[in-house]
Design a protein around this ligand. Sequence first.
Ligand code: CUA
Length: 343
Amino acid sequence: MRIPPLLRRPRWVAWGISLFLLLLTACASPQNTFGGQGDQARTILGLYWLLIGAALFVGVSVIALLLYAFFRFRERPGAGEPKEVHGNTALEFAWFLIPTIIVLIVAIPSWRTVFRFGQAPPPNALQVQVVGHQWWWEFRYLDYKGADGNPLVSGNELYLPVGRPVALTLRSADVIHSFWVPRLAGKADANPGVTTRLTFTPLETGTYYGQCAEFCGLSHALMRFRVKVLPAEEFERWVQSRQAYTLPPLAGEAEKGWQVFQARGCNACHTIDGTNARGIIGPNLTGIASRDGVAAMALPNTPEDLARWLRNPPAVKAGSKMPNLNLTDEEISALVAFLATLK
Ligand code: CUA
C-alpha cells in the first residue's frame, strides 16, 4: 500500500497527534459542557450533538459531491467543450427541499428548547437569589430564614439538593456578570437593575465548577464559584447547621483573631452568622473554613494562601474591593487561626 505523502513527514504527524491530545485535555476539565449533570446541560448537549450531526452530514455530502464532480468530469484529452445544462426542475427542487428539511430538523428542537427553558419554574423549586459582585458571588436562599429572620446567605459556594428543581433569580450589584456552571446549565446574565431567571435540576451529587462568563473588569477571570449538589438529607443538615450557627468556643490565637477581626473593621464588610459582624459589602464568611477556596476560588483554601490574601488582597486579585489593611504578621496569623474555626 502506498503511504499518503502527508503521513511520510513524521514532524507533521507528531504535530497532528499533539494537537489532538491537546484538544482531548479540554474534555477532562471540571468545567466543560460535556458532563450533562443537570437537566438543562443535558438538553443543551443533546442539541449540540444534533447540530454537529447536521453539520457533519452537510459537510461530508458537499465535499463528497465536489470530489465526485472533480474526478468524474475532469478534462480529458479530446473530450471537447462540456455540454451546457440549463433549467433542470428536479435538481432545482431538490436543492430547495433538502436544505429546508435540514434547517427545520435543526430549528424545531432549538425553538422548543428555548421555550421550555423560559417556562415558569415548578412550584416545588428551591428559590435562590444570585447576586454578582466585582468579583464574587452571593447566594441568598429565599426559602430558608436564618436566626435573624433574613434569608440564609452563602458566598461563592452554592449548596443545592440533588433532584430538586432550583429557580435562580439573578441580578448584579454593579456591572453585568454571567452565571455559568457548564456541567449543570446554560449561562444566565446577572444585570444591574434587571432580574433574569435560570431554572434547572441538578441530577447528580458532586462539586461543580462555575465561572463568571461576561467580562466584568480587572479580575473577571478570578470570579469563580462552586456548586455543591448534596443528597437531600445532607442539604437539610447544612440548612439547619447554618440556621443555628454560632461562633465555636475560641481560645488562644483564634480568640485573638476574632478581636483583630472586630478591631480592624472586617465586620464592617463581612457577615458571620450569629455574631455582631453584619457587613454586606463582601462575602458572608460563615463556614469559610469548609470552602474549596478563598477570594472567590482565586486561591486554594490553605492557611498559607489565606495569609497571602490577607497580606495584600489587590496583589492577588487586581482591583479587589478588599483593601490592603497593612495587617501585621501577628494579626494575619491570628485571623487565619480564627477563620479556620468557621466550619
Ligand atoms: Cu463577573 Cu466577569
